[in-house]
Design a protein around this ligand. Structure first.
Ligand code: HOZ
Length: 427
């Protein structure tokens, strides 16, 4: 028995499914999850000592590569000054100022410990601000695991066939209206019928939890226009895309400004950090300024914030995003080339340091089209590439991530492995 198998057997005795977050369990692709022993740069090493070029990147945070020396140093230095104070510290102020300076839609920001906390708090805030109950989300979008957002959700919820989670009272779920991503007409119809009841629309402005789906330009424009007209709060969930697709997230890239933004992943540099922020008049409703309660013992953890600040300094280097986007494009184009050469039905696309791979003729633009992609072909590709030392997300419904540590050599090696796989695919 390999060490990965041994650990997985042990883990399943005391941890549900053997994992602390469902997608990691490999259930949709089959096989044994790799237990990661260490990570550095573009690579992770499993418990058996096998190295993989990593395209999961901790699901987004590892944008500068794993264990970047400057982030590790910042963590070590912060830890020696104390792990947690339960009182404000200077680094939190620096982080808030930096986020507001980099993302123009942020006038005020509050730090939390995860993306889930950020979206959950943003929803409560929008309800408190508007005095309305209904929220709107889109099928296949995932906004963390708060009750009202686990309705027709993406990521693991979709992967394992429970997009609307058990344990969510019907009374909560009825306040969540679910529409089709990229469906402008559905959105317009809903606002015409119920616009005065809608507290917020929450959206992944580029979706990354049902694989990667790009928004139609008119979709984001319609969201902005309708929310403004009917007084609903537009929330961009940029937990995944913030500082990942470009220096100002999707809002900077596509030029649409939300009322509130949720952040996580890159702003924590690999440590647990989330944030929500936006218009000052809305943020002023948060306690202790206003009546909407939100709190956290470890919010603004000095060690996590130190990692986040180091990460945000590194991504501010000149041409950081140009180089990251070029490298990611190179991967995607190479994979498409390999598939074309072998006559495999395949498509792929990228934005900044994020990419989507699909076993379908064209890149999907809707939830329905994603669901129609060939999952079996993806699973076989996943295992073929895993065997040759490449770690892609273990689900056809997740986006992939490239880091600044992925060089020409890693990309070339991955494309060569894909060529070899496509030439002799698994049955
Ligand atoms: N929700 C994450 C992917 N979109 C998965 C997190 C994890 O399993 O670590």
């Amino acid at each position: 028995m390999s060490r990965n198998e041994d650990l997985f057997c042990r883990a399943q005795r005391t941890i549900p499914g053997g994992v602390n977050s469902p997608v990691r369990a490999f259930r949709s692709v089959g096989g044994t999850p790799r237990f990661i022993a260490r990570a550095e740069g573009a690579r992770v090493w499993d418990a058996d000592g096998k190295a993989y070029i990593d395209y999961v990147g901790s699901w987004g945070p590892a944008i500068t590569g794993h264990a970047h020396p400057e982030i590790v140093k910042a963590v070590q230095e912060a830890a020696t000054r104390g792990l947690s104070f339960g009182a404000p510290s200077e680094a939190e102020v620096e982080m808030a100022e930096l986020l507001c300076a980099r993302m123009p839609s942020l006038e005020m920001v509050r730090l939390v410990s995860s993306g889930t906390e950020a979206t959950m708090s943003a929803i409560r805030l929008a309800r408190g601000f508007t005095g309305r109950d209904a929220i709107v989300k889109f099928e296949g979008c995932y906004h963390g695991h708060a009750d009202s957002l686990l309705v027709k959700a993406g990521s693991g919820a979709l992967t394992f066939g429970h997009p609307s989670s058990g344990g969510v009272p019907a009374d909560f779920a009825r306040h969540t209206v679910v529409l089709d991503y990229n469906d402008c007409q559905g959105l317009e119809d809903l606002f015409v019928a119920r616009g005065d009841q809608i507290a917020a629309v929450i959206v992944e402005p580029i979706a990354g939890n049902m694989n990667l789906i790009m928004p139609r330009p008119e979709f984001l424009a319609a969201l902005r226009r309708l929310c403004s007209r009917y007084g609903a709060v537009l929330i961009f969930d940029e937990v995944m895309t913030g500082f990942r697709v470009g220096p100002q997230g999707v809002q900077g890239l596509l030029g649409v400004e939300p009322d509130l933004t949720t952040l996580g992943k890159v702003i924590g540099g690999g440590m647990p950090v989330g944030a929500f922020g936006g218009r000052r008049d809305i943020m002023a409703q948060i306690a202790p300024l206003g009546p909407v309660y939100q709190a956290g013992t470890l919010s603004g953890s000095p060690v996590a914030v130190a990692a986040g600040l180091a990460s945000l300094r590194l991504v501010a280097a000149p041409r950081f995003y140009d180089q990251l986007a070029a490298r990611t494009r190179q991967l995607v184009e190479g994979l498409i080339g390999a598939a074309v050469e072998a006559g495999v039905t395949f498509s792929a696309q990228s934005v900044g340091g994020m990419f989507g791979l699909y076993f379908s003729e064209h890149c999907p633009g809707t939830y329905e089209e994603v669901m129609a992609t060939d999952r079996g072909a993806f699973n076989r590709f996943f295992h073929g590439l895993l065997d040759s030392g490449h770690f892609f997300a273990p689900s056809a419904f997740e986006a992939g991530f490239v880091s600044a540590a992925h060089g020409e050599a890693e990309i070339a090696q991955t494309i060569a492995a894909a060529k070899a796989y496509f030439a002799a695919p698994r049955d």
